[in-house]
Design a binder for this molecule. Structure first.
Ligand SMILES: CC(=O)N[C@H]1[C@@H](OP(=O)(O)OP(=O)(O)OC[C@H]2O[C@@H](n3ccc(=O)[nH]c3=O)[C@H](O)[C@@H]2O)O[C@H](CO)[C@@H](O)[C@@H]1O
Ligand SMILES: C=C(OP(=O)(O)O)C(=O)O
Length: 420
């Protein structure tokens, strides 16, 4: 497995381009299965998860053509195999997103259950109950979900128990080709849900209310070709802003969208950063100062994203003062704590709360990446540590960060990848 070796102590300074959002690209690629004509998707990030989803579509017989600018053309009409096998689903939980569109368009789908993962149990019961409410027969056996419907799915009113991002997305895609109108109550409001709705509408779908907690989907008989550009990755943006803040540095993130980062920018201002925004850029300047610790609580959008929790912890451990972080979305998303403490951090965990007392200086150490955002948090903590940090198992990072070492190097960080 590749490793990243980081020598801390450099103040970041410079500009980077933000990539397309992983968590928008994956549902949009799954939604290409709804169309009766080829569709093209642009601004896809060059990430392992995107490659895995394209591989999954390819395995199912879907024709996928990628051009040299990473625009992907997908033609779902060539599909032969209505199965998403375990060996692909296990490396990427978003594979469950092919379930809704496949059963809606082709009347049948067999998709491996994703199972648990490092950050928590990640159930899909809400996805399955919603599909049943739309008339699908669901059977779970031997680790697979077998879904089928006679004729078409039927519109339904579905109240989701918990706010779930992929659950909302799966049901929105299924409803797009159903007979009649579906109302999703307690829907996720994430910008990636809105981007998916815009894509469905560009294919001729009729989705209203995405971005609010009630989404209404009027089913249409068929979907047509279109071109869609994926939105910017707000989590990648937030990660680089914190990386610069941790080092007392300055950064301009370009091709991003400040309007979907309110909770993150507010906390960074509280941490003492000077932040300016334009239509498509965010500039952060710490002017050489040490950040102040911040307290936060993760929750569904528009509150603080759980996907930014580990990176804010990296900020708190080098900050002035004590910050308390409460994780309310996933039950086991503190695995970076032990690794950070090995770098000299002072973090105490009590249930779903981490009390972070900032220290003057972290020290480099060999650490292990356990999940995607935990890996990113260790890399950015290492930028502020004295000496060398080796982050092992960085395949997690390659699932979600395009060219992380090149982007950090361009900002002045000393970081290199050591291949296996
Ligand atoms: C591909 C993608 O976009 N992944 C994102 C998505 O994951 P994902 O969609 O897996 O996360 P959910 O939003 O579904 O999970 C939210 C909560 O709902 C619970 N739950 C979910 C579904 C279900 O059927 N039953 C149930 O109980 C989960 O255990 C969790 O506690 O949103 C998460 C929260 O923003 C992000 O960390 C992930 O990056
Ligand atoms: C947890 C994440 O991804 P996934 O849902 O693909 O595991 C993430 O993007 O932080």
């Amino acid at each position: 497995m590749d490793k990243l070796i980081i020598t801390g102590g450099r103040r970041l300074d410079g500009e980077i381009r933000i990539s397309g959002a992983k968590n928008a690209a994956l549902p949009i690629l799954a939604a290409t299965l709804l169309a009766d004509e080829p569709v093209t998707v642009g601004n896809l990030p060059h990430l392992q998860d995107v490659t895995t989803l394209i591989e999954l579509l390819g395995r199912m017989g879907v024709r996928v053509v990628i051009d040299d600018r990473l625009n992907v053309e997908v033609d779902a009409t060539t599909i032969k195999e209505l199965t998403a096998p375990y060996e692909l689903v296990k490396t990427m939980r978003a594979s469950i997103l092919v379930l809704g569109p496949m059963v809606a368009h082709f009347g049948k789908a067999t998709v491996s259950l994703p199972g648990g993962c490092a950050i928590g149990s990640r159930p899909v019961d809400i996805h399955l109950r919603g599909l049943e409410a739309m008339g699908a027969d669901i059977e779970v056996s031997n680790g697979y979900v077998h879904a089928s419907v006679d004729g078409r799915l039927k519109g339904a009113r579905i109240v989701m128990d918990t706010v779930t991002v992929t659950g909302t997305e799966n049901l929105m895609m299924a409803a797009a080709l159903a007979d009649g109108t579906t109302v999703l109550e307690n829907a996720a409001r994430e910008p990636e849900v809105v981007d998916l709705a815009n894509f469905i509408n560009a294919m001729g779908g009729k989705v209203k209310g995405a971005g609010t907690d009630t989404i209404t989907i009027e089913g249409v008989p068929r979907m047509t070709g279109c071109h869609h550009q994926v939105i910017a990755d707000r989590i990648e943006t937030g990660t680089y802003l914190i990386a610069a803040a941790i080092t007392g540095g300055r950064i301009k993130t370009k091709d991003t969208d400040p309007t979907i980062l309110d909770a993150v920018l507010q906390k960074l201002r509280e941490a003492g950063a000077r932040i300016e925004v334009g239509d498509t850029w965010i500039e952060l300047d710490m002017e050489g100062r040490r950040p102040k610790a911040v307290s936060l609580r993760t929750a569904p959008y528009p509150a603080m994203p759980t996907d930014m929790q580990a990176q804010f912890m990296a900020l708190n451990i080098v900050a002035e003062g004590t910050g308390t972080i409460v994780e309310t979305v996933f039950e086991n998303r503190f695995m970076h704590v032990q690794e950070m403490n090995r770098m000299g951090a002072d973090i105490e965990v009590q249930g779903n709360t981490a009390i972070c007392r900032g220290v003057e200086q972290l020290t480099g150490a060999p650490v292990m990446a356990t999940d995607l955002r935990a890996s990113a948090s260790l890399v950015i903590a290492a930028l502020a540590a004295d000496g060398e940090t080796t982050v092992d198992r960085i395949y997690h990072i390659d699932r979600g960060y395009e060219c992380i070492e090149e982007k950090l190097q361009s900002l002045g960080a000393v970081i290199r990848r050591v291949p296996r």
